[in-house]
Each structure stands twice: as structure tokens, then as C-alpha cells.
Design a binder for this molecule. Structure first.
Ligand SMILES: *Cc1c(COP(=O)(O)O)cnc(C)c1O
Length: 389
């Protein structure tokens, strides 16, 4: 079991981001956690080991990352996985055939695909609801409901779910609230503090922040859930490798420096886009025109760098994508460099067409991940790309 054991460091987020979960390496005192590239650990005698037996079960580099992110989320246990999707898949192994999960209708395309194309075949059932309305979540709960899974803000429509209300609904039904916190990061939103039971991330995005690895992590407070997840981690084996763990750990050290800049750029660009295109075509929780701006201010301490814009047609979207120079046309988000994508054709292509239409993921929708470049250059880039629109 990996635990956050360095509560003596102080409570500052930045101090935790840099130090939590790490100790100077014992041999030479290296300040950076080494990349423990090993599959096994030599034992002193039969039944005598240093707490490490085989690297699927435990790896010191991975443990450092797990403790570090657990400290940032205000949790006690962390489990790092080979990808965000592998993390959701392993979390779902807490459940069994016949169990029912209430899921946000606008979750990440890969999460929906996992549920709809794979886990449903194994006997889990899912009801997808518009989780902006807590009553709809409550109405979807049945006697078989074991979990409510939400993402807030959502990808790419930036819809919010009230986490405190969702936690109450889940707990009234003795179900777990599971939250995908990838978009906000623990710097801006800490679901465990609002009552969530499991918070998870695609560390690929803001936590790593440098677009150079794929990973996922689940954080919990409850010891029983942690014991089960630890078993699944080792028994199903979708663990994060040591080098990718190290990259993510290097990334979290600057999370508190990067997020305010993503947020600052996001606010400036969203405000500019709202002027330029009309507020109704710009979706950003930090804009007063966002229908859930009040909830955003209540449960988040910042809004981040994710913005969606509606350009009306696929042709206009394609034109903008062909013109951008500082923004790069690519899937993914949360890195230091700005990215732009068309969710309908890219990240959400696996969501059936009529579902996409019903949700509002149109072919004219573009999603921007504002990086940490100079805002003036990002604005100039968008200005030239939107010319004539
Ligand atoms: C990317 C992403 C995932 C999936 O994570 P991978 O690391 O790509 O497997 C899950 N949820 C959200 C919100 C994401 O953006």
C-alpha cells in the first residue's frame, strides 16, 4: 500500500507538488527519485525482503508519483496506471456483472467507448445522464447502482457537475462517487474534499504537462477501497512503467506554476473570442456567459486553459485548423504548448453520430488547449486563423 507519509512538509500546494512522496535516494543522496528500471528485487533470505518483491506490485519511482499526486488531491492512497483509460478500466474492476453505473453523458470519448464496447459485454450496465442537473443523476439511480461517474468540466463541452450534490446522491444510495479530474487538475479542484470517493486523472494531460508520456492515476482516502484497488493494480497489472512515472513526477513539480498561466491565457483568450465571435459561440466556465459560471466559481479555484468554440460548419473549422501556426492541430491537451482539435472527427469519433449531435459535439466545434506561451502570440495566431469569419 502506498501512503502519503510526509505530512510534516507543510500544507502549501507548491511545497507538496515539489516534495511530497519523495525522499533523497539512500545510496548517494540523489535529490531526484531515480528511475528504478528493474523487474525484480533481490531478497535477503526466504521471506525476507525490503518490502519489494516484483515490480508489477511495487516500484519505488511509481510509488513516489503515487504519493505525490495523492498529496496534491488531499488523498491517502494513489495508484498509477499505464494510461488514463487503463485507470478507469481498473477502477471498474471494483464492480461485478449485474452492477449499474450512472455515468455523465459527456465523458471522455475513450471512457464511453470502454463502457459501451467492452465493459457492457461483461455485464456492467450504464445509464448516461446530463449530470449538470443533479436531479437527473438521482433519478437514474437504481437498487443496483454501485457508482456515479462524472467528469467536470467535461470534454469538450465544458459542462459542470455539482460534486458536493453528486456525493450526497451517491452516498444515500451506498454507491461511490468517481470523478475524472483531468481537466481541472488538483490545483483548481479537489473532488475528495467535496465528498468524492475516487478521483482519477489522465496524467498524460496537466499533471505531466509536457506531452511526453501516457498515464493514469487513481487517488482515494478510504482504506478499504485502497486495499481493493491495490489488489486490482497488481492482479490486472495495468501499471505505470518507471520511466513514465518519473516523467509525470517531474511534471507535477511545476503544476502550481503552470496552472495559473494556463488559466490566465484561457481567460484572456476566451474573453477575446467572446468579443470576436459572440459569447454564445464560446464555451469557457470562466466566462460570465457560461450557464454554470456560478458553480464553477463555487467548486473550482480557477478555470484552466480549455476552451471550445462553435464555428458553425466543418469547412470553417477545417480552415481554422489549416491556418493556425502557434496552436498545433493535435489530440490531447494540458501540455505547455497550445493545441487545437476537432472533437467530432478526433477524440470523439468513437461516439455514435446521433449521440454527438444530441450532445452538441458538432463538426464545427473546435477545442483549444491554451498552453503557457505568451498570450499575445496566441491571440495573434487566432486572429489570423479566424480572418473572414
Ligand atoms: C485523455 C483523457 C482520458 C484518457 O486518458 P489516456 O491517458 O489518454 O488514456 C480520460 N479522461 C479525460 C478527461 C481525458 O482528457
Amino acid at each position: 500500500m502506498t501512503r502519503v507519509f510526509d505530512d510534516d512538509l507543510g500544507t502549501g500546494f507548491g511545497t507538496r507538488a515539489i516534495h511530497a512522496g519523495q525522499r533523497p535516494e539512500p545510496l548517494a543522496g540523489a535529490i531526484m527519485t531515480p528511475v528504478y528500471l528493474t523487474s525484480t528485487y533481490v531478497q535477503d533470505g526466504l521471506g525476507q525482503n525490503k518490502g519489494y518483491e516484483y515490480a508489477r506490485g511495487k516500484n519505488p519511482t511509481r510509488e513516489a508519483l503515487e504519493r505525490n499526486v495523492a498529496a496534491l488531491e488531499g488523498g491517502r492512497h494513489g495508484f498509477a496506471f499505464a494510461s488514463g483509460v487503463a485507470c478507469v478500466d481498473s477502477i471498474m474492476k471494483l464492480f461485478k456483472s449485474g452492477d449499474h453505473i450512472v455515468c455523465g453523458e459527456n465523458v471522455y470519448g475513450g471512457t464511453f467507448r470502454l463502457f459501451d464496447r467492452l465493459l457492457q459485454n461483461l455485464g456492467l450496465s450504464f445509464t448516461y445522464v446530463d449530470t449538470r442537473d443533479s436531479q437527473r443523476i438521482a433519478d437514474a439511480v437504481t437498487k443496483r447502482t454501485v457508482a456515479i461517474l462524472v467528469e467536470t468540466p467535461t470534454n469538450p463541452l465544458m459542462r459542470l457537475t455539482d460534486l458536493a450534490e453528486s456525493a450526497q446522491i451517491a452516498h444515500r444510495a451506498s454507491a461511490l462517487l468517481i470523478v475524472d479530474n483531468t481537466f481541472a487538475s488538483p490545483f483548481f479542484q479537489r473532488p475528495l474534499e467535496l465528498g468524492a470517493d475516487i478521483v482519477f486523472h489522465s496524467t498524460t494531460k496537466y499533471l505531466n504537462g509536457h506531452s511526453d508520456m501516457i498515464g493514469g492515476i487513481a487517488i482515494v482516502n478510504d482504506d478499504d477501497i485502497a486495499t481493493k484497488l491495490q489488489f486490482i493494480h497488481n492482479a490486472a497489472g495495468a501499471v505505470q512503467g518507471p520511466f513514465d512515472s518519473w516523467l509525470a513526477l517531474r511534471g507535477t513539480k511545476t503544476l502550481h506554476l503552470r496552472m495559473p498561466r494556463h488559466d490566465e491565457n484561457g481567460r484572456r483568450i476566451a474573453a477575446w473570442l467572446a468579443e470576436r465571435l459572440g459569447a454564445e459561440r464560446v464555451i469557457y466556465p470562466g466566462l460570465p456567459s457560461h450557464p454554470q459560471h456560478a458553480l464553477a466559481k463555487k467548486q473550482m479555484s480557477g478555470f484552466g486553459g480549455m476552451i471550445s468554440i462553435e464555428l458553425g460548419t466543418k469547412e470553417r473549422a477545417a480552415t481554422v485548423l489549416s491556418r493556425v501556426r502557434v496552436f498545433s492541430l493535435a489530440e490531447s491537451l494540458g501540455g505547455v504548448e497550445s493545441l487545437i482539435s476537432n472533437p467530432a472527427m478526433m477524440t470523439h469519433a468513437s461516439v455514435p453520430l446521433e449521440r454527438r449531435a444530441q450532445l452538441g459535439i458538432t463538426e464545427g466545434l473546435l477545442r483549444l488547449s491554451c498552453g503557457v506561451e505568451d498570450a499575445s502570440d496566441l491571440l495573434a495566431d487566432l486572429e489570423q486563423a479566424l480572418e473572414g469569419m
